[in-house]
Design a protein around this ligand. Structure first.
Ligand code: FMN
Length: 156
């Protein structure tokens, strides 16, 4: 099945996950911030993954989803989110990012935790994250078993 993984990233953790999923599914992979978006009609299966920054995914990904919703709804679809917030907060962010229409169509969904290496953050990001995560349950690591489960469900 011809598959592509479309993703965005700022600090690289989503890229590692996207490339891992693509290699296990023998899929193409595209960072839509850096490369032109391929013709999605050529693919039978599409996986979309993005990190959350201040409650939202990258506007380029939101625009891609809005522009291609009708095409995406004809494909085998996988959706994943990379984010530090845990439990219900992660689920809320997931629903807000992808919306009910795509979520009810998707074959596999996952939120995979995240990474926030201090040395990669700029001074403003350090202040924002210090304030934003002070009282929230967060999961600062990639949930590799969730990634593996997502791949198995998608393959089935
Ligand atoms: C400035 C900043 C804002 C963030 N905002 C959120 C947020 O609102 N919710 C969340 O769950 N994670 C948030 N995160 C955590 C990122 O989603 C996490 O670090 C993720 O692994 C980044 O992915 P990337 O390395 O692919 O860019 C934030 C991180 C930074 C640095």
């Amino acid at each position: 099945m011809k598959t592509i993984v479309l993703y965005t990233t700022r600090h690289g953790s989503t890229e590692v996950i996207a490339k891992n999923i693509a290699s296990k599914l023998n899929a193409d992979v595209c960072n839509i911030q850096k490369k032109p978006i391929p013709n999605l009609r050529e693919y039978e299966a599409i996986i979309i993954g993005a990190p959350i920054y201040l409650g939202s995914i990258n506007p380029k990904m939101t625009a891609l989803i809005e522009k291609n919703t009708s095409t995406l709804l004809t494909k085998k679809l996988g959706l994943f989110l990379v984010c530090l917030m845990d439990e219900e907060l992660a689920a809320d962010q997931f629903n807000a990012a992808y919306g009910n229409e795509l979520l009810s169509h998707s074959t596999a969904d996952g939120f995979f935790g995240g990474k926030m290496p201090e040395n990669m953050l700029n001074p403003i990001e350090k202040i924002i994250t210090h304030v934003a995560f002070r009282h929230k349950p967060i999961h600062e690591d990639i949930l590799t078993t969730e990634v593996e489960k997502f791949i198995e469900i998608f393959k089935a």
